[in-house]
Design a protein around this ligand. Structure first.
Ligand SMILES: Cc1cc2nc3c(=O)[nH]c(=O)nc-3n(C[C@H](O)[C@H](O)[C@H](O)COP(=O)(O)OP(=O)(O)OC[C@H]3O[C@@H](n4cnc5c(N)ncnc54)[C@H](O)[C@@H]3O)c2cc1C
Length: 395
């Protein structure tokens, strides 16, 4: 006889795995399915690092969510006995003086309003404290000591093991094709091999693949590919904290951001948070073009001269599951009883890992949560604008 689970989770990225841990802690019988291996090499959650920043312009909801997330990351560092969150601080720098309405200005003001202590920087401060930056090229911005990065792929591994220890059943090697319904109610899922998994509740957390499983979401979320590079140089002393930390470089007009030298992988990761390229998660290749590389080299020359000729040891276009308004999508299906979706990470979801499980479990079980309304099931259309404050929107 088939086992019936309380909850089947489709997708073992950061949305799925944090939900699995939380739901198991609430005593539900949980299984998680993924094509595997986990962490999945093509998942958004994989890769060596993700930025953790409080800065979201004037958006106080996200800032308050990151405040709680950072407390959670610190707790996880202790609980798992491994440094997964590196509190290097962040630099958010600009080529021109910052002005009201701009991401850096609004973030700086909101940080102060909420009693954080960002340190405003002049061109001289930048040259003195962060010598890898081309002298005089960046003239304003700030350093904020709270924030940094997490070792994202490793976080998924650690949480997967934790979930298994708590009693979550993990099925790697299972690709879900569709949900199984009867009289408008969830019965479970069916895999591409025709195998049925039964459950009272199904959570679809399949990142960029979500609309393939639930095509009705195609109009509101899509996969976009964004360039990511790992750089190697002979002498990397200039690129270590505290002299080089997580940074954004005029991000809303350039998209560029990056990380200090990775302590385990010995590379400097630089990526672009822009509009990206529409790509199909199954059929399209995730490669960067010669034009992409030329843009990277130009940025490096204008910003970090010592990286100008650095060897690119890894490059790919990595897929966001982008909602049209760039806010996450965490809610129960409005018509299908027992079906919940947690997706739409939109290039900024990983930092919230310590609070994601609770958010998703609250949505699935119908409990109130002050942050959930922002991520509700909603109507989005051609006129919808992306609202994530750091993103370069090509305007
Ligand atoms: C290039 C890049 C840079 C980013 N940088 C940052 C950052 O600096 N800071 C930050 O906070 N966030 C960042 N993000 C966003 C963050 O990584 C995502 O929001 C988050 O990882 C999304 O997690 P997820 O679980 O929704 O999706 P994913 O991690 O993509 O996981 C989806 C899972 O579903 C599985 N799956 C797919 N199809 C099926 C199927 N049919 N059946 C079963 N399982 C399936 C996949 O194998 C995968 O394991 C970045 C994202 C990208 C791509």
């Amino acid at each position: 006889m088939l086992t019936t689970y309380d909850v089947i989770i489709v997708g073992a990225g950061i949305f799925g795995i944090t939900a699995a841990v939380e739901l198991r802690q609430r005593q539900y019988k949980v299984a998680i399915l993924d094509p595997g291996p986990i962490p999945a090499p093509l998942a958004a959650s994989t890769d060596i690092s993700k930025v953790v920043r409080m800065e979201y312009g004037a958006d106080e909801t996200y800032m308050s969510m990151v405040e709680e997330s950072i407390a959670g990351w610190t707790q996880w560092n202790d609980a798992f006995g491994e440094k997964l969150y590196h509190n290097t601080g962040v630099t958010m720098l600009t080529r021109k003086p910052i002005e009201p309405g701009e991401f850096e200005y609004e973030s700086y003001q909101l940080l102060r309003q909420r009693n954080h202590l960002p340190e405003r920087l002049t061109a001289d401060d930048i040259a003195r404290r962060f010598p890898a930056w081309k002298p005089g090229a960046f003239v304003d911005g700030y350093f904020h000591a709270k924030g940094g990065y997490v070792e994202s792929g490793r976080v998924v591994e650690v949480l997967l093991q934790h979930a298994q220890e708590l009693g979550v059943t993990v099925y790697a090697g299972q690709t879900v094709q569709h949900v199984v319904l009867e009289n408008g109610r969830i019965q479970g899922v069916q895999t591409v091999d025709g195998r049925i998994f039964k459950a009272d509740n199904v959570l679809i957390a399949a990142g960029a693949w979500t609309p393939i499983i639930l095509p009705e979401l195609e109009p509101v979320m899509r996969a976009t590919g964004h360039p990511v590079y790992h750089l190697k140089i002979g002498n990397s002393t200039l690129f270590k904290p505290p002299h080089f930390v997580v940074f954004t470089a005029d991000i809303t007009s350039s998209g560029w951001y990056g990380f200090p030298l990775h302590p385990k992988h010995d590379v400097i990761k630089i990526a672009n948070h822009g509009v990206g390229q529409l790509l199909h998660p199954v059929h399209d290749k995730r490669v960067v073009s010669d034009a992409d590389i030329r843009q990277l080299r130009r940025f490096l020359e204008e910003t970090f001269p010592a990286l100008k000729d650095a060897t690119i040891s890894y490059a790919r276009r990595c897929l966001y599951c982008d909602t049209l308004d760039e806010h996450f999508w965490i809610d129960r299906h409005p018509e299908i009883e027992g079906l919940t979706v947690a997706a739409g990470g939109s290039g900024h979801g990983f930092k919230f890992a310590p609070i994601l499980g609770k958010l998703i479990a609250d949505a699935l079980t119908g409990q109130a949560n002050v942050w959930l309304p922002k991520f509700r099931w909603r109507d989005l259309g051609n006129e919808t604008q992306g609202e994530e404050a750091t993103r370069h929107h090509n305007k």
